[in-house]
Design a protein around this ligand. Sequence first.
Ligand SMILES: NC(=O)c1ccc[n+]([C@@H]2O[C@H](COP(=O)([O-])OP(=O)(O)OC[C@H]3O[C@@H](n4cnc5c(N)ncnc54)[C@H](OP(=O)(O)O)[C@@H]3O)[C@@H](O)[C@H]2O)c1
Length: 216
Amino acid sequence: MMKIGIIGGTGPEGLGLAMRFAKAGDRVFIGSRSKDKAEEAAKNVKEALPEAKVEGLVNAEAVEQATVVFLTVPWDAHQSTLENLAEAIGDKVLVDVVVPMLFDRGQPKAILVDEGSAAQQARAVAREAKVVSAFQHLDGRELQKVDRPMQGDVLVCGDHRGAKKTVMELVERIEYVRALDAGGLTNARYLEEWTVLLLHINKIYKAHTGVRIVGA
Ligand SMILES: NC(=O)c1ccc[n+]([C@@H]2O[C@H](COP(=O)([O-])OP(=O)(O)OC[C@H]3O[C@@H](n4cnc5c(N)ncnc54)[C@H](OP(=O)(O)O)[C@@H]3O)[C@@H](O)[C@H]2O)c1
């Protein structure tokens, strides 16, 4: 059993991950800027999964309780959220799910990040954290449909071997989802940008797409 804290865990992506990990039997701490909102999200998880070990807390408390911390806030809150929580995160495993993007007249568009990617910015801000980039290609709304199998591969980037192994094991706690080692943290930009492409494909096919790598 893993103790998982989710910063910004009240949005579709964080909530979806909370549900899948709760379903796998992990202990989940949903973080929010508002304790009430976090508790409401935890209640929603319990409604879907009565056996879930889930709690709603403010972000800093969720981080403190966790051994693995997920970051699922919008890009424009990425840096400031990490600045506020870097001390609490310390040297824990930090899984960055954030995609630097915006909608330009309704069209998803990637944002270029000075550090190279959101995950590299995370490493620059939360300097002691073991940053891993992953989960950008699992759709939040699909994750929340816990009675249905989740499809797709999760590509995992990171420079800390132990942290990457921990996250790859976590990925495979979600039924039918496969983890693939996608190299070092400098590759995180490709994972992040690929999500923008998936959003375009989603619009064209009116679908919630993911990725599946063949041949590996
Ligand atoms: N949605 C998806 O399917 C999906 C898929 C792949 C990757 N992602 C990435 O995952 C991240 C989360 O996606 P999402 O759709 O769940 O996002 P979201 O709903 O826009 O935001 C998630 C949570 O972040 C918190 N938040 C919002 N503004 C904030 C601010 N200024 N400062 C601090 N916290 C703030 C909010 O929680 P509180 O108000 O409770 O604090 C909110 O519920 C994004 O970076 C997105 O690119 C999403």
